[in-house]
Design a protein around this ligand. Structure first.
Ligand code: WT7
Length: 660
């Protein structure tokens, strides 16, 4: 196995072979792992591509099917149906089937609230709650196929609500608690939800997040929402609207705990999750039941090497796909114990994570590079005092992890003992696509390594031709996989255009990557107008349209700038309307405005007022030049297509001024 020298497009050097050797799986890990050698991985991987029928027939037995599937895949690009004719229920697979055996009284969820409360729910207890909630939803008029928006903090009720929807065949759409009233409203309207589930608030950095108030604002204008179910979390007084809003604890007194999980078609919609793309409007990514659940369960088993005795902690919020697949569906389908934490990693101090790992003896930690960089910056003194010897595996997701971060994670958190699985995937892919099998695949810090079963990735040039190894290009997936997105809710024609047509016949990920001589994938980040801020996807067009909706703004262009903490930070170039003048106050006002329109995560770090923006003769803003400007302070790229070449000089001056 050769280690590799590589560099990313953003200019970040990846350490050379000497500095960054490959890390073979530790022997004691491999000896106990579900997959213990590279040969085993390769054999299964090859089988998954060459004999998919045999492979998936065997693997699909990981789930409990009410009705066995007849046909593996019906593929009519861009529409896939997997495990055709099969029937199952995700809630049943995550709960009921574990009750018959020794998992019945095992912890399904171990939860810690930010203020410090602890709650444990066994599989039996979780099942009981989910059944009551399913009955509560039915009583509220929810039927199979209805959309339910969930806007909750990270409390067990978030998981309960999702599984209660799945039990009935209702489609949940979880909205991350950091999103604004406007974002909630847009999502409610887009998916046509009749019901919203929220809480009186949640705790974050010692403060209360006013979830209910935001939902009220979101529903101020007519919306089609008939009922708002409110979980009591903080006990604060919140405005309730009579006839529409009710307290969950009160309503639950009216229902019993008998509920059958409804057998659903393998392709029955499970959830819609909104994510940012290159347009001004988030896309509702639709996932269905059979293929998605199997993708989650298998990847959890083989990539996190999950065992019955593990306590698994994926730190993602359930508002993101990572929370759907690796807090809820993957681990619970396997009957695992899942740890859940409500709050912020730095509350009350930067050692909160390590304190909890010691206290609960967490075995697997799956977090994001942005968190790792934060801990690195805070310094080892916050980590060192804690007993992290329970940890046996570490995972990373959300953005490329730089080798320095990887090594720090491996040494300081894993104390050199734990494999680190860098997992590449997307909201659209549903489950992990490229990652090491920890007992089998030697790791190279900074590389997501090799594809998971059934995944057929390649790197191509702009014309769609494969590029030689070592050459940077576009990452594509050459065939459908079980947990792939099935639709963009409400805009079926966009599915083909967005993912399956730019390079005909293959799925375009939007990421750039290269493959080294060992076939390892090195993902370098987005190559479209999507930014990655602290592991969260933000479309530049969305932020631009938020800025332009402010009465003083004429035009805006948003680009990303490398940021040591966040990975990327937003820089906005803003042209004001005639008669308006730029000022520090206006910058703050615009930042507030964006937070109100989208959420705090989209707030630009820098705002530069400029008289003009660089445009082509057809009026298209050349973001490429702006990107170059914020990265290097000058523009050397091709400016021949500019309508007015003088804008470049003017802009360079503006940026220079801002830096002073
Ligand atoms: C984008 C997807 C999927 C979970 C969380 C984010 C970037 C994600 C990695 C990784 C390099 C990564 C990609 C991808 N990304 N994981 N391990 N290495 N880049 O989901 O919001 O849908 O974002 O996150 O750019 O396209 P998402």
């Amino acid at each position: 196995m050769n280690a590799t020298t590589a560099s990313t497009d953003s200019g970040t050097p990846v350490p050379s072979a000497e500095k960054c050797p490959a890390f073979p799986p530790p022997h004691e890990f491999s000896a106990r792992a579900h997959l213990g050698s590279l040969e085993d991985y390769r054999r299964l991987y090859r089988e998954s591509l060459e004999s998919p029928m045999t492979f998936w027939r065997r693997m699909s037995a990981e789930l409990d099917w009410k009705e066995p599937w007849k046909e593996l895949l019906a593929w009519d690009l861009p529409h896939a149906r997997w495990f055709v004719g099969g029937q199952l229920n995700a809630s049943y697979n995550c709960l009921d089937r574990h009750l018959a055996g020794p998992r019945c009284h095992k912890a399904a969820i171990v939860w810690e609230g930010e203020p410090g409360e602890v709650r444990t729910l066994t599989y039996r207890q979780l099942h009981w709650e989910v059944c009551r909630w399913a009955n509560l939803l039915s009583r509220s008029g929810v039927v199979d196929g209805d959309r339910v928006v969930i806007y909750l903090p990270m409390i067990p009720e978030a998981v309960i609500a999702m599984l209660a929807c799945a039990r009935l065949g209702a489609v949940h759409s979880v909205v991350f608690g950091g999103f604004s009233a406007k974002s909630i409203r847009d999502r409610i309207l887009d998916c046509g939800a009749k019901i919203v589930i929220t809480a009186d608030g949640g705790y974050r950095k010692g403060k209360i997040v006013p979830l209910k108030e935001r939902v009220n604002d979101a529903l101020e204008a007519p919306s089609g929402v008939e009922r708002v179910l409110v979980v009591r979390r903080t006990g604060e007084r919140v405005p309730m609207r009579a006839g529409r809003d009710c307290w969950v604890d009160k309503e639950l007194k009216q229902v019993d705990a008998r509920s059958e999980a409804k057998p659903l078609d393998s392709e029955h919609p499970l959830y819609i999750l909104y994510t940012s793309g290159t347009t001004g409007k988030p896309k509702g990514i639709l996932h269905t039941t059979g293929g998605y659940l199997l993708g989650c369960a298998l990847s959890t088993k083989y990539l996190f090497d999950l065992k019955d005795e593990d306590l698994f902690w994926c730190t993602a919020d359930v508002g993101w796909v990572t929370g759907h697949s690796y807090v809820v569906y993957g681990p619970l389908a396997l009957g695992a114990s899942v740890f859940l934490y409500e709050g912020s990693p730095d509350f009350p101090q930067p050692d909160r994570f390590w304190r909890m790992i010691e206290r609960y003896r967490i075995n697997i930690l799956y977090t994001a590079p942005t968190a790792i960089r934060y801990f690195m910056r805070m310094g080892e003194r916050w980590v060192e005092p804690w007993d992290l010897s329970s940890l046996r595996l570490l995972g990373s997701v959300g953005e490329p992890i730089n080798p320095e971060g990887w090594l720090w994670y491996h040494q300081k958190i894993g104390r050199g003992r734990c494999p680190v699985v860098d997992t590449w995937w997307q909201t659209e892919t549903g489950s992990v696509m490229i990652a090491p099998c920890p007992g089998a695949t030697p790791c190279k810090p900074g590389s997501a390594t090799l594809p998971f079963f059934g995944v057929d990735p390649a790197i191509v040039d702009d014309q769609g031709n494969p590029v030689p190894s070592g050459t940077h290009g576009r990452l594509v997936i050459r065939r459908p996989w079980p947990s792939m997105l099935r639709d963009i809710y409400g805009s079926p024609e966009a599915l083909r255009n967005t993912y399956w047509s730019e390079v005909p016949g293959v799925y375009l990920t939007g990421d750039g990557a290269r493959q080294d001589e060992d076939g390892y994938f090195w993902i370098t980040g987005r190559i479209d107008d999507v930014l990655n801020v602290s592991g969260h996807r933000i479309g530049t067009a969305e932020v631009e349209s938020a800025l332009v909706s402010h009465s003083k703004v004429a035009e805006a262009a948003v680009v990303g700038e490398p940021d040591p903490d966040k990975g990327e930070a937003l820089v906005a170039f803003v042209t004001l309307r005639q008669g308006e003048a730029g000022s520090e106050e206006l910058k703050n006002e615009l930042r507030r405005h964006v937070a109100q329109e989208i959420g705090a995560i989209a707030r630009p770090k820098e705002i530069l007022f400029t008289a003009t923006l660089p445009k082509t003769r057809s009026g298209k803003i050349l973001r490429r030049l702006l990107k170059e400007l914020v990265r290097s302070g000058q523009i050397e790229g091709d400016t021949t297509t500019l309508e007015d070449p003088a804008t470049v000089a003017a802009l360079s001056k503006e940026v220079g001024k801002a830096a002073d």
